[in-house]
Design a protein. Structure first.
Length: 350
């Protein structure tokens, strides 16, 4: 009887400890930094020449029926006062999901998609890039990226580029087939290619990832031994994300199925054995923007819930001044707006 009681207490205590790993960040620690458009969403964050840069899409809704999404880039010295430095648009195209990186030539590179939607489906989809001048105050007009003919470009989206040792790597997710009922699409209707570039404009094939069931949004990072890690969202069957990893030259891959869904996935290395993943989190009937501390295969050790709800997620993340800086969008206060927070690294690592 005593052994049974002890076992019960241990199990209950374990459940409590797990529950305590979901930490809710106080709303006072979050700042709304932009809210001018009807719908502001899909952020990224970078630091360039002692300024923070935040990029996001402005439109009339999550998916604009008028195909009129624009890319806004703002900057700030301290993360409090922000100014607009660029507004990119192309007539007839919905520009989406701008991602920022710093090229070896020390320019800000902006990766984005140009899409045409009809009846809620993508009819045209192209990867675009733009670049800042050396002041970071002026940006070139978006231009189509040139993709390796070996992948037979059709409808393509290079969702993010990560530079490593002079080479930019990104995942091109390619829509071979599309449809509103994704559950009946073939498991290879969407493909995920690893591409590389040296100039930010021309991309060559590296590998085709063996991930089924509509792989799409993906982020690449590297450890100190040049090993590539790729966090990939999936949009069919069980919907669980995947972490893929490979050593140079990135031809032989290992895959780790996650036990949670992703939405706008981003991640950084905290140390040699831990990552911080930023993503939309689906927990029972709650959908929020979360930061998950995980091991290298994506096993969740701790979750920090950011003030968020409704249409939300797509965090930009960087580490600066012993803090994790996070931009994201959310509609928990009504209109979708852009938010910024800082989480001390010791809070993530303890």
């Amino acid at each position: 009887m005593c052994s049974l009681l002890l076992l019960t207490l241990l199990i209950c205590g374990f459940r409590v400890s797990l529950a305590q790993q979901i930490i809710t960040l106080d709303s006072a620690q979050v700042t709304k930094i932009w809210s001018q458009a009807a719908h502001s969403a899909f952020t990224d964050l970078a630091r360039y020449k002692n300024n923070f840069y935040c990029a996001f899409r402005e439109g009339d809704s999550h998916v604009s029926g008028s195909n009129s999404g624009k890319i806004r880039i703002i900057r700030s010295k301290d993360g409090k006062e922000w100014e607009s430095v660029s507004l990119m648009e192309i007539a007839g195209l919905d520009l989406r999901d701008a991602k920022l990186s710093i090229t070896p030539q020390n320019r800000i590179m902006v990766t984005m998609a140009g899409a045409v939607f009809q009846d809620g489906l993508v009819k045209e989809l192209y990867p675009f890039v733009a670049f800042s001048d050396k002041s970071g105050l002026r940006f070139s007009a978006p231009e189509k990226a040139v993709l390796d003919p070996a992948i037979v470009p059709t409808q393509d989206w290079i969702w993010r580029v990560t530079w490593h040792k002079g080479i930019g790597y990104g995942i091109d997710y390619q829509l071979k087939e599309n449809g509103k009922n994704r559950s009946i699409l073939p498991k290879d209707a969407w493909l995920a290619y690893v591409l590389k570039t040296t100039d930010g404009r021309h991309f060559d094939r590296v590998a085709l990832l063996d991930i089924e069931d509509l792989p799409n949004e993906a982020t690449i990072r590297f450890d100190k031994n040049d090993r590539m890690y790729v966090l990939v969202r999936r949009e069919a069957k069980d919907l669980m994300g995947v972490m893929a990893e490979s050593a140079f030259p990135y031809q032989d891959w290992q895959y780790h199925k996650l036990d949670f869904r992703l939405g706008g996935p981003n991640f950084l290395f905290l140390d040699d054995s831990r990552l911080v993943i930023g993503s939309r989190r689906f927990v029972v009937d709650d959908v929020f923007t979360g930061l998950m501390v995980t091991d290298l295969q994506g096993k969740v050790l701790k979750t920090i819930k950011l003030p968020s709800g409704g249409d939300n997620s797509y965090p930009g993340m960087l580490i600066y001044d012993k803090k994790l800086w996070v931009s994201y969008y959310s509609s928990h206060e009504g209109k979708t707006s852009i938010y910024l927070t800082q989480v001390p690294l010791d809070q993530l690592l303890k």
